[in-house]
Design a protein around this ligand. Structure first.
Ligand code: COI
Length: 355
């Protein structure tokens, strides 16, 4: 065990796995950095955090998160800077959203200062895992789950907060074909759609698989009541360019308030692009597709970054978007986002937080 002036207990690995990683060909979410962080919540208090080697953990088969789904997570990223240092992108926004998710799922909030300190120390220890390649980054996965060993539906009394990291490349390695989903529902008003609750993702798997079987990569979810308004993709928020304007479905009880989404809107406005954050109906999208004014469609997310859509599947047929080389708005936003995250442009909004 190594003792430092950290408030955490730190146990370093004796055998780093970094030599086995091909940083030029990283598959998203399949390679994990050497260490993880954990912090337990017991008897109404957070205990001392631990940084230790990444590895399996043992749990009671009755651990409540497995049965009743009290489990939330976040996705954030850290980037290699030109001088070799490392910066996280808007970690404060992820911490705030994490604690909103915790509240919604009846879980204790993680103290913001402890959360930030854990990120800084964990990433500092594993800083060699932050890729140097500009198409790659270090994905950071904080999560919180119920740990009581108990059968019966009630909030758990104990929880574990953890963070691990993984070097990643692109989430989607080609433009995505999306299908507008009008039968299944991702989130309903009063439900958990605005939280990053694990169960939201589980519920999306069957409808996504059915769409995959028809040749689509992802779904464009619609509102649960009328199935007439576009919400989000589940893996990312969405934006459309219609008549040169960037139109983005507004966050709501049923749409995740995406940090990449909000950053993209801010950058678009900085660039003088007109942006509307509002309800977007299928009818509006279909009309714009028919009359040729729908010129770009893309996803915005931490994992997905700016992911272009090649096709939108409507009930009565597919609409293939114009040739990607003609897309202006998404490419300007991607360039502006990359410049800030990779430290090649002025960080006017103060989004980069050095590790
Ligand atoms: C993220 O963008 O970080 C997410 O959590 C989405 C998930 C599909 C990886």
């Amino acid at each position: 065990m190594l003792t430092t002036d950290s408030t955490f207990e730190i146990k370093l690995t004796e055998s780093s796995a970094i030599e086995s990683v091909d940083f030029d060909d990283i598959k998203f979410g399949q390679v994990f950095s050497d260490h993880l962080f954990y912090l337990d919540y017991i008897d109404g208090e957070w205990t001392k955090g631990v940084i230790e080697p990444f590895g399996p953990m043992s749990m009671s088969p009755a651990t409540m998160c497995i049965h009743y789904g009290q489990s939330i997570f976040e996705g954030m990223k850290a980037y290699r800077q030109p001088d070799g240092s490392v910066s996280m992108f808007r970690p404060g926004a992820n911490i705030s959203r994490f604690n909103l998710s915790a509240k919604r799922m009846c879980m204790p909030e993680v103290p913001e200062d402890v959360f930030m300190q854990a990120l800084v120390e964990l990433i500092s220890i594993d800083k060699d895992w932050v890729p140097h390649n500009s198409n790659s980054s270090l994905y950071i996965r904080p999560f919180l789950f119920a740990t009581d060993s108990h059968v019966g539906v009630r909030p758990s009394n104990t929880y574990r907060f953890m963070i691990f990291t993984c070097p990643v490349g692109q989430y989607y390695n080609k433009p995505v074909r999306v299908k507008i989903e009008c039968e299944y529902t991702r989130a309903a008003i009063g439900g958990t759609g605005a939280a990053k609750a694990a169960g939201n993702y589980a519920g999306s798997l069957l409808p996504t698989k059915l769409a995959n079987d028809k040749g689509y990569d992802q779904l464009l979810w619609t509102d649960s009541k009328t199935h007439t308004c576009i919400e989000e993709c589940g893996t990312m928020n969405v934006a459309f360019v219609i008549n040169g304007k960037m139109i983005v479905p507004a966050p709501s009880d049923t749409v995740l308030d995406g940090i990449t989404r909000e950053s993209a809107i801010t950058l678009a406005q900085d660039l003088g692009i007109e942006v509307e954050s509002r309800i977007v109906t299928i009818a509006e999208l279909e009309k714009a597709a028919e009359n040729g004014t729908l010129t770009e469609a893309f996803g915005l997310g931490t994992a997905a970054t700016v992911s272009l859509m090649s096709t939108i599947g409507f009930e009565d047929g597919d609409y293939d978007l114009p040739d990607l080389s003609t897309w202006i708005v998404s490419s300007l936003i991607k360039k502006a986002l990359d410049e800030i995250r990779l430290g090649n442009g002025e960080d006017v909004h103060g989004w980069n937080i050095p590790v």
